[in-house]
Design a protein around this ligand. Structure first.
Ligand code: GRF
Length: 192
């Protein structure tokens, strides 16, 4: 399965996926490209160090649709079959979602449908929930609203700060994302 990963920043989930493909933990797959909408995303260097092709496609004042058209073209050029959003900080246009219908997935740092959107870990702490976690889900036209593939629970401790909770959730994110993509790759292999 050819995978394209979209990032905007640190890229730790991207690194987890790249390394899992390289080690065979995600079998029958290849990371075709990592695309960032930010030229200074620290994840870009991490992808290059791992020998993965990287492309920067900045928005540069264009509409969401125009920006996405360029991204879709690069993904299609490489026959990407699954798009993984990994800290990609922009909403996708309808055209993007339709072009890869049911083949776009995202990782989110809460147990959806609780706390969609930005700062999910802060939202969890402010609300006072005792269990949080992460969710891998398909991307549809809503905000973090697509069908859920996999979730991992993480206990929220009384003394947690946004930073300590985020760090424990992030650990779970990496293994959850790997497991979810492995599942999708094996479904694809079985249906081929
Ligand atoms: C993660 O917490 C992810 O769940 C959210 O954005 C963050 C990205 O982190 N969507 P990284 O860039 O993968 O390190």
């Amino acid at each position: 399965m050819k995978i394209g990963i979209l990032i905007s920043g640190r890229g730790s989930n991207m690194v987890a996926l790249v390394d899992a493909v390289k080690s065979g933990e995600i079998p029958n797959s290849e990371i075709a490209v990592v695309i960032s909408d930010k030229s200074d995303a620290p994840g870009l260097e991490k992808a290059r160090e791992r020998g993965v092709e990287t492309i920067v496609i900045e928005r540069k004042g264009r509409s969401r649709e125009e920006h996405d058209t360029d991204i879709i073209a690069e993904l299609q050029k490489r026959d990407v079959e699954l798009v993984c959003l990994a800290g990609y900080m922009r909403l996708l246009s309808k055209g993007f979602i339709r072009s890869f219908d049911n083949h776009i997935v995202n990782i989110h740092p809460s147990l959806l449908p609780a706390f969609p959107g930005l700062d999910a870990q802060r939202q969890s702490i402010d609300y006072g929930v005792k269990i949080s976690g992460c969710t891998v889900h398909f991307v549809d036209e809503g905000l973090d609203s697509g069908k859920i593939i996999l979730q991992r629970a993480v206990e929220v401790r009384d003394n947690d700060t946004v930073e300590t909770l985020s760090a424990r959730i992030l650990e779970q994110e990496h293994s959850a994302y790997i497991e979810a993509v492995r599942k999708l790759a094996s479904q694809r292999a079985n249906s081929a």
